[in-house]
Design a binder for this molecule. Structure first.
Ligand code: CO
Length: 208
């Protein structure tokens, strides 16, 4: 007996719909992908990257992990960035976090969550470094929202520090890194207005 048969049925319906809208849809995608954007987002099922920016297959290169982290020793994320920048030549890298992120919440709890606590240690490091500002926010839910924003800010810097992005900027390849946050409550994206397009802008942001 085939398991999860409803998903295969939905898949057939989806593929049929695509073909009806454009008979050459899959044929074109087989030949090439030429996305302009790399999306680095949270694994959260409520933040489906392509869907919330209204982009079809082929137009968004995607990397997702718990709490949208960019860690310099994470070969998975770094390889994705390298391929996106050097092979696909994306012109924009979007780090998109979201409010009500379970990873950010778990990072701030004192109880144990097992293995994932090692990964979320990166978020706890940010909270420790920026504790003065966080402690000045009396409302707990706003404090968690601010930590979501801080985490995105730090990950934009981390993207800028990766070797593929540094190399791209050094050779003059156009590449901009953005920090966005997604509201689960209304489905809207907000630009955190911290985009960087060069090493100079990265350094200026680091000093700010
Ligand atoms: Co999340």
């Amino acid at each position: 007996m085939k398991t999860l048969s409803h998903l295969f049925e939905q898949n057939r319906n989806w593929a049929d719909g695509r073909r009806q809208a454009d008979a050459t849809f899959f044929k074109k995608l087989t030949r090439q992908q030429a996305p302009e954007y790399l999306w680095i987002g949270c694994s959260d099922s409520r933040v489906p990257a392509n869907e919330i920016v209204g982009l079809p297959p082929g137009e968004l290169f995607v990397h997702r992990n718990v709490a949208n982290l960019v860690i310099q020793s994470d070969i998975n994320c770094l390889s994705t960035i390298q391929y996106a920048v050097e092979a696909l030549k994306v012109t924009h890298i979007i780090v998109c976090g979201h409010y009500d992120c379970g990873g950010i919440q778990a990072a701030m709890e004192t109880c144990s969550h097992g293995l994932v606590d090692n990964w979320l240690g990166h978020v706890r490091d940010i909270a420790r470094r920026r504790r003065t500002e966080l402690d000045s926010i009396p409302d707990e839910s706003r404090r968690l929202e601010r930590l979501c924003e801080m985490n995105i800010e730090e990950q934009v810097l981390n993207v800028g520090r990766t070797t593929p992005v540094q190399a791209a900027w050094a050779r003059g390849q156009p590449l901009m890194v953005h920090g966005w946050v997604y509201h689960l409550t209304n489905g809207l994206l907000m630009d955190l207005s911290m985009s960087i397009a060069s090493d100079e802008e990265l350094r200026a942001l680091e000093d700010s």
